[in-house]
Design a binder for this molecule. Sequence first.
Ligand code: NAP
Length: 259
Amino acid sequence: MDLGISGKRALVCASSKGLGRGCAEALAEAGVDLVLNARGAEALEATAQAIRDQYGVSVTAIAADITEEAGRARVLEAAGAVDILVTNAGGPPPGLWSDWTRDDFIKALDANMLTPIALMTALVPGMIDRGWGRVVNITSQSVKAPIPALGLSNAARTGLTGYVAGTARQVAAKGVCINNLLPGSHDTDRAVALEKGVAKAQDVSLEEARAIRCKAIPSGRYGTIEEFGATCAFLCSQHAGFIVGQNILLDGGQTSATI
Ligand code: NAP
């Protein structure tokens, strides 16, 4: 399917690896020029070069922490006017509700709620002026069904979801579609980190921890970054202009709900 976005320009945050990279690759395959970001310069530049080589699109790579104001300012300056924004950042660590301090919450809110809001505040006005835009926020299945050990994530991402629900409906008539993609378990470094938590808590090997996690997924496996990226690219496509303020689960059926 031709997504109809060849020649558009996208900022994909936190995209040297994992789900962000999956989104960047799928957009590049659709002919979209990219601004990529991550903190580690080496992996970021390697990803940028691999995408240039494979898809022939223009890729600008900015090594910066997207959750910090100074880093975000550098990314936004390099990005300029973009048609597509994919927000993403690392997720908060797991833990126990009674251990989290105000500082832990502020950090999680900054990274997973206020950073995407700041990026939308900076970039959506230009999309409105040009009469076309797409925003995809990478959140989590924990927005639909809480993951108890990820209380910091549950809280911050649900806050973002509430903001998007209202804002998406305010800008839709201007040709700008804002939606959230909710990953369940995907095969990335983040999954390995969570497996280590299961292995420690249940005193099992990493392989056993992976098997335990996969058994809880009706598909019986983790999702891939390619599947995730393809869904993101569709949401950024010309065909998705009537999809507004939605929360789309990609979780292999793990969130057990009728609707
Ligand atoms: P990942 O494989 O660990 O990749 C994270 C990417 O983000 C890397 O490129 C990393 O590069 C970059 N990054 C992290 N923090 C950043 C920051 N502050 N500023 C700029 N770049 C940053 O993670 P993932 O699995 O793709 O997860 C992406 C998001 O989805 C996370 O918020 C995660 O909690 C959420 N999620 C993931 C899953 C899953 O199963 N994978 C499930 C639910 C939710 P640097 O480290 O070099 O900065």
